[in-house]
Design a protein around this ligand. Structure first.
Ligand SMILES: [Zn+2]
Length: 450
């Protein structure tokens, strides 16, 4: 049998990896061979001993927090970073994805501009919002994202408890994830006011005004509500081990809950916030070094379901505005094109996480949670989405050369010891280190269960 494409390399499956070959026809994985020199193909890609991972999945991306970015630029960044599918957040400027009309427009943009595959989060309006859930679910959202903290009253509102409970019940009935930005609005608003009144505007006050209790109180409320509402709960960007203790206790009681942390919480600490100021400002904030070690212990102990980037494509002016007053800077960092290489060094290189576990945290687990049934692992019948990682290839992060519109990163200048050699989406080579991104928009909108 002759295949359209054959990929040769160190293939990473859920519980083992081996030098072998993958045969691809019509964008699907058709055969996996545990020896090389067996499969015949029209196009044969030899990657030697490089790792052939399932295409990575980033469940937490904000293409339109900064509309200069948009789908096209973010998808280029994703392809360069080995991410073949991402889930874009709903808090778009100027209008959030809280209606079918807005959702449909975004789907059209994806099908017109993206070079990787993209699934979409929906959200609900601030007042009496749960009524939009069924129609957005029918139109193909992969989940709903809500917040207990008011970032913006229209675009990214705090949702009242009664509406949260109703939304939990409705999304649960649809077997869809309901995810939360979990911070206690009342507490941190007070703490920020107090700091400002005393003119404490230095970077570390971003951390001091959002102590762990501002996260844990929000998390435990949501866990309790989800247990009553039979929700499929997901807590985004968990920054603290104590939140995970609560999450895991509820999990053991049978509550349907998962948790993600973001790469920044594993790689940076309050020391970086002090040194780099606004560039290292994210919500929830970076934690103390000891707290980061505790979070990492939870990760190594399988207490974190997956890792995301929380990609927020800010530009220099969005951050420098906070140089003299940390509260004025935008929160977030870009991540699509650097997260995988940085985490590979940290987890596989330094912490001896197996490549299969790495693939679980960054592909298999998110695909499973969001019912992206053709994604997330190298198995016959699934989409031929691959990320090729070449180890021992040092380079330096350069914030001025991102494919994302973002040009600020707390990792600027940091050495990385592996690189993304190539990225395939449904069998198509969308990025290679030697030729860059292929700009033809072959990406697609992805629906759960399709
Ligand atoms: Zn986010």
């Amino acid at each position: 049998m002759k295949f359209d494409k054959v990929i040769i390399g160190n293939i990473v499956l859920p519980d083992l990896n081996f030098l072998g070959e993958i045969g691809v026809n019509d964008g699907k994985i058709v055969e996996i061979s545990k020896t090389t020199g067996v499969l015949e193909g029209q196009d044969v890609y030899h990657y030697g001993k490089d790792f052939v991972f399932p295409g990575f999945i980033d469940a937490h991306v904000h293409c339109y927090s900064n509309p200069n970015e948009g789908i096209k630029r973010a998808s280029y960044a994703a392809a360069k970073g080995g991410i073949t599918t991402f889930l874009d957040m709903p808090y778009d400027l100027p209008v959030p994805v809280a209606s079918v009309e807005v959702l449909k427009k975004k789907i059209e943009t994806i099908n017109r501009e993206a070079i990787v595959d993209i699934a979409l989060w929906g959200t609900i309006p601030k007042e009496d919002g749960a009524k939009v859930i069924d129609e957005l679910a029918d139109a193909g959202v992969a989940g709903f994202k809500l917040s207990t903290f008011e970032t913006d009253p229209y675009r990214f509102p705090r949702i009242a408890d009664a509406d949260i409970l109703e939304a939990m019940k409705k999304t649960g009935n649809r077997d869809l994830v309901i995810a939360f930005h979990a911070e206690n609005d009342e507490l941190l608003t007070r703490y920020i006011k107090d700091a400002q009144a005393e003119n404490h505007l230095e970077p570390i006050y971003h951390n001091l005004t959002r102590p762990p209790v501002t996260e844990t109180t929000a998390v435990i409320k949501l866990l309790d509500m989800a247990s009553w509402a039979d929700a499929k709960l997901h807590i985004v960007h968990v920054s603290h081990a104590k939140s995970l203790d609560y999450i895991n206790w509820f999990k053991q009681q049978g509550t349907n809950v998962t948790a993600e942390t973001c790469y920044n919480y594993l790689l940076l600490t309050t020391e970086d916030l002090k040194e780099q100021g606004p560039k290292a400002k994210i919500n929830p904030p970076l934690r103390q070094p000891q707290e980061v070690r505790e979070l990492e212990a939870q990760l190594l102990d399988d207490s974190i379901d997956f890792i995301t980037s929380d990609h927020a494509p800010w530009q220099k002016a969005d951050k420098s505005i906070g140089d003299a007053d940390i509260f004025k800077a935008k929160s977030g960092t870009p991540g699509l094109e650097i997260m995988i290489p940085l985490l590979f060094d940290h987890l596989v290189g330094n912490r001896e996480v197996t490549v299969s576990h790495f693939a679980d945290l960054l592909a298999f687990a998110p695909a499973k949670r969001f019912n992206l049934i053709n994604k997330g692992s190298i198995e016959t019948g699934k989409d031929a989405d691959f990320a090729i990682i070449k180890n021992s290839e040092p380079w330096k992060v350069d914030e001025n050369s991102f494919l994302s519109v973002s040009d600020v990163s707390p990792y600027h200048g940091q050495q990385v010891d592996n690189r993304i050699e190539a990225t395939f989406v449904r069998g198509q080579l969308v990025y290679s280190h030697s030729t860059g991104v292929k700009e033809q928009a072959t990406g697609r909108f992805v629906k759960p269960n399709e």
